[in-house]
Design a protein around this ligand. Structure first.
Ligand code: FE2
Ligand code: FE2
Length: 454
């Protein structure tokens, strides 16, 4: 989850500092309550894995590290509280759902599920059925809540995971009892109630999620869904004040969502980011080609430098508007990054024609930053491709593919995608997806019969 537009790699000292905080806090908790130290060893492996070996995509920024450190402290306090509970009642499901929604990484959630296996097993003095059932509940909660698009699905995931936790515990306890390994066997009904309550209690995540989002400036799918509602006041304004831009944003959203899905990036984030990327245009809508009605060129009487200023200002205006409407910072990234440092080519050419002796290139560029995530890079490509595709007279499949390839190649060569984490393999998949979606769009447009005059 990249929060900052400006790239800030964390340094070795912050890693050590935050790791130390984690171990001091969790160490105090574990030793104070004389708990088996296996969760602590596991936590060490988790941190080593995350920070040093795997360098998980989600943990690049200091901000993310703070989130991780806060979660580590939270885990420790949480462990202290759960020590008073029976092992089966440790709220592993709710916690894993929270991790899944916040970090948007199944790999990370899997590691936390292993943590609950270790914690559950050691709390009950090496009882593997507690550990295994907590692991099963946590993992299924992660799988069921990963990228859910409705709040209700979070509740469903919690209940289903509670039931899975019960089934696993029940089967293991049954097998053990029948083989005579365990003398006493807990009543099944109690176990079922504990597991289901554990699952239902996971709904609390929905209440605390906005607090995490607000404090740590992250955005999760349930919140993205609220932003994707076309009745959002900002989108309603866009429809009324810049209808052409609104239409353009819808096509960009379709292109970006499909492309993001094809490379395993966050498709919903790409869709919602597309809706908002050009909201700044509603300040001066008539200066943008998609909103110009008829053939009146409003820029004709303006100096190219003035036109360039109006055009590039839609980025700044968009950021200001989004802040005013308290839009999540992750969405604001789409507004500020979608043009990167590209050239306002049309007016640059005009300026060159008027003053060929002057070097204009730097002056006619957007202010950046370049796209910092896969999703913003996809939207930036889709944005240009959508605008170009509208200028094609005969959009044959080969012509469309040519345009898409050319835009992607040029952006790559200019270094615009350098900070986005996109690989060459991703770019090929994105190219194919864009081509496919655009072909489908043009196919639909061409084949619809014209309205008969009535
Ligand atoms: Fe734009
Ligand atoms: Fe755009």
């Amino acid at each position: 989850m990249k929060i900052f537009s400006e790239k800030k790699q964390f340094d070795i000292f912050s890693q050590i500092f935050l790791t130390a905080i984690f171990f001091i806090v969790s160490g105090v908790v574990f030793f104070k309550y004389s708990i088996d130290i296996s969760p602590l060893i596991f936590a060490l492996l988790l941190l080593l894995y995350t920070f040093y070996f795997k360098k998980v995509d989600v943990v690049i920024y200091p901000h993310d590290l703070c989130l991780l450190a806060a979660l580590a402290v939270f885990v420790s306090i949480f462990t202290a509280i759960t020590l008073r509970l029976p092992g089966y009642a440790i709220p592993a499901i709710g916690f894993t759902i929270l991790i899944t929604l916040l970090f948007d990484s199944l790999e990370f959630s899997f590691l936390f599920s292993l943590f609950f296996f270790s914690l559950g097993a050691s709390i009950e003095g090496g009882n593997l059925s507690v550990g295994t059932s907590l692991f099963a509940g946590a993992l299924s909660a992660a799988l069921l809540s990963f990228r859910v698009r409705k709040r209700f699905e979070v509740i469903k995931a919690g209940v289903a995971a509670g039931f899975i936790q019960f089934l696993v515990a029940f089967v293991i306890e049954k097998v053990k009892t029948e083989q005579g390994f365990v003398s006493g066997f807990r009543p099944d009904l109690n176990l079922l109630i504990i597991c289901l309550l554990n699952g239902i209690a996971a709904s609390v995540v929905l209440v605390i999620l906005p607090i995490f989002e607000y404090i740590f400036r992250v955005v999760t799918n349930p919140s993205l869904l609220e932003l994707s509602d076309l009745n959002h006041p900002l989108l309603r304004r866009l429809i009324l004040e810049a209808p052409g831009t609104y239409q353009h944003s819808l096509v960009v959203a379709n292109l970006s969502e499909s492309a993001a899905e094809s490379i395993g990036a966050n498709a919903l984030l790409a869709r919602v980011g597309s809706y908002y990327h050009d909201i700044g245009k509603m300040i001066k809508p008539n200066y943008f080609v998609e909103n110009i009605i008829g053939f009146k060129d409003i820029h004709k009487d303006l100096k190219p430098s003035m036109s360039k200023l109006i055009i590039t200002n839609h980025v700044k205006d968009g950021v200001d508007l989004a802040k005013k409407y308290r839009i999540n910072p992750r969405i604001i990234d789409f507004i500020s990054e979608h043009h990167g440092k590209t050239l306002v080519y049309f007016f640059y050419q005009r300026a060159k024609e008027l003053e060929p002796q002057v070097q204009h290139e730097e002056e006619y560029r957007y202010g950046g930053p370049k796209p910092q995530s896969k999703e913003t890079a996809i939207v930036s490509l889709a944005d240009t491709i959508e605008a170009l595709s509208r200028t094609v007279d005969e959009p044959t499949p080969s012509r469309i593919e040519e345009i898409v390839r050319e835009v992607v190649r040029k952006r790559f060569m200019e270094g615009e995608l350098d900070e986005s984490n996109l690989t060459l393999k991703d770019l090929e998949k994105i190219t194919q997806k864009f081509t496919h979606v655009l072909n489908a769009l043009f196919h639909t447009r061409i084949n619809y019969p014209k309205d008969e005059p009535r």
